[in-house]
Ligand binder design. Sequence first.
Ligand SMILES: [Zn+2]
Length: 82
Amino acid sequence: MSGNEIKSSNEIKVHSEIEYTRADGQSVHSDLCPRNCNHDGLLHEEYKAHIHAALDEWLSKSNGSGYFYIASHHYHISHSQK
Ligand SMILES: [Zn+2]
């Protein structure tokens, strides 16, 4: 793999999710993708505020459970391992 293969930017999709278990045992899960998973959405101030708020939520409430991620769809993140 060269690492230099750049897809044309309009092919790049972005996914984001938050998941954790609250102190009361309740599971929380949300998809936080930009609209249509389009990378253009990353530039919107509203989206940035949304994703920052979600990270703060995870930091405050997860106690390290679950995950918060935002990544290109080329990265496959396994949800099967707890
Ligand atoms: Zn997505």
